[in-house]
Design a protein around this ligand. Structure first.
Ligand code: IYR
Length: 224
């Protein structure tokens, strides 16, 4: 059995007065409620340091057995973005051209998405998020990870939040299947592409669909 990890007194926790907790929670909701998924990007560059800070934030996510089973590949190289676009559009053409079941295409029709993924070249950064089903130790032994989907999903949510907080916009893009990302980005087969995040500034004329969020009573139940 491996040795137990020593414990520390909880570092960094801050207890706020009730009024301040009320204000902070309300302000944070207001801030995050402004976030919109954006499909129209400016080609304006983004400071690498911003992306680094956002990835640091994502890396603070909780994970099963603290395995931190994620890897982020931040791409600003135009040639690699071009390769990603070509491969993604090939899959999307098959998806929209008949591979997707009718009900799925019907669900997407109101949003007007299609196989054109030009934003994959326009946006200054693409972040490919990989989920590590296991890690390979220096000895070559495999070490299984736990709750990988949950852990990487939480880290991705925190990344999207950090990107918004920094003043950038993003799009969660899921070309399906997206195994081509391993080849294009040189990641090992033990890593499964989880999601492709498009990051940058919105185009001057960016628009978003006129959709709304479910109400609190629809998304939650309080007992009592
Ligand atoms: N991956 C495709 C299809 C797509 C699927 C869902 I669910 C969306 O919310 C949006 C798009 C695409 O990116 O077009």
């Amino acid at each position: 059995m491996p040795k137990k990890i020593p414990s520390l007194p909880l570092p960094g926790y801050r207890r706020y007065p009730t009024e301040e907790m009320r204000r902070r929670s309300d302000e944070f909701y207001t801030e995050l409620n402004r976030r919109r998924t954006v499909r129209h990007y400016s080609d304006q560059a983004v400071l690498r340091e911003l992306i680094e800070n956002c990835l640091h934030t994502a890396g603070t996510a909780p994970s099963g057995a603290n395995r931190q089973p994620w890897h982020f590949v931040a791409v600003s190289d135009p040639e690699i973005k071009k390769q990603i676009r070509a491969a993604a559009e090939e899959e999307e053409r098959a998806f929209y051209g008949g591979r997707a079941p009718d009900d799925w295409l019907a669900a997407l029709a109101p949003l007007g998405t299609d196989a054109d993924k030009s934003f994959l070249e326009t946006a200054p950064y693409l972040i490919a998020i990989f989920a590590q089903s296991h890690s390979v130790k220096s000895s070559g032994d495999k070490e299984k990870n736990y709750y990988v989907q949950e852990s990487v999903g939480i880290a991705t949510g925190m990344l999207i939040t950090a990107i918004h907080h920094a003043g950038l916009v993003s799009l969660t893009h899921t070309p399906s299947p997206m195994r081509f990302l391993n080849k294009v980005l040189g990641r090992p087969p033990s890593e499964r592409p989880f999601l492709l995040l498009v990051v940058g500034f919105p185009a001057e004329d960016a628009t978003v669909p006129d959709i709304s969020r479910k109400s609190l009573s629809e998304i939650s139940t309080f007992l009592p």
